[in-house]
Design a protein around this ligand. Structure first.
Ligand code: ZN
Length: 253
């Protein structure tokens, strides 16, 4: 940290007392959550499905060989990516934190989100070659001013040293909102929405990629991205997100 940013930081500490990133209750340190908000987060821990990243309701360890566990759902309907990991199941606290991060200029959760992603994705980041944010179409980028996935990717890159490349994947079709669509409709809606920049093909051929987004809802967006990256020659495409909507985390959205 340079001298100027140190000065800026201590000035900020003096002016803005540390607050819980969710409920704004005063705290002892910056970039943290209060105990009450922390308890409401449903962090995803083992046992979980290696392909979908969903928590599994049982501990299969006495039966498993110690290798990765794959859920029946992933075996029946395999995703287009290799592995997915998310920090938490989608729920009120993580939803509000992501909403504040996405739609306001409040980026104070950024540091905490970066640390969470780096921890959660440690197993896929250790031999990853490139981090790729899920892109926004430029019209949406204009209305929102920044792509939250790019900011998250930069944080993870800074913590892990794995390079980030926001120019590999392009969103070439502005897709209407996915809310309320069936799986088939989402897939149709997204077909042709993403492409790999021709100049970037050589950078991803034979490489292990980690695709980063804030929320994985049905997986159709991440799946569409993974398909074009694989088609362009990527060796492995893993997905890393802050929140994952699971069957028991749907809260009426
Ligand atoms: Zn709080």
């Amino acid at each position: 940290m340079g001298l100027l940013s140190k000065v800026a930081r201590s000035t900020a500490d003096a002016i803005v007392p540390p607050l819980c990133l969710n409920c704004r209750k005063p705290l002892g340190s910056h970039d943290a959550l209060c105990a009450a908000c922390w308890r409401q987060l449903r962090f995803i821990r083992a046992p979980l499905c290696d392909r979908l990243g969903i928590p599994l309701p049982f501990d299969p360890s006495p039966y498993a060989s110690g290798g990765p566990i794959v859920s029946a759902g992933a075996l029946a309907n395999p995703p287009d990516w290799d592995r997915a990991r998310a920090v938490a199941q989608f729920g009120p606290v993580i939803r509000d934190m992501i909403h504040a991060f996405k739609y306001s200029d409040r980026h104070d959760a950024r540091t905490l989100f970066g640390r969470w992603l780096a921890d959660t994705g440690a197993g896929m980041l250790c031999d990853a070659d490139l981090l790729i944010p899920v892109p926004l179409h430029r019209w949406r980028l204009i209305s929102r001013k920044f792509n939250q996935a790019v900011l998250l990717t930069q944080e993870v890159s800074g913590l892990t040293g794995v390079p980030a490349d926001p120019f590999v994947l392009q969103r070439v079709k502005a897709t209407p909102t996915q809310v309320g669509l069936t799986e088939a409709e989402r897939r149709h809606n997204l077909s042709g929405a993403f492409k790999v920049a021709p100049a970037a093909r050589a950078r991803i051929a034979g490489r292990n990629l980690v695709l980063i987004d804030d929320v994985v809802t049905t997986g159709s967006t991440a799946g569409a991205c993974a398909r074009v990256l694989k088609r362009a020659g990527a060796a492995r495409v893993d997905v890393l997100a802050l929140a994952l909507v699971t069957d028991d985390s749907r809260i009426g959205r």
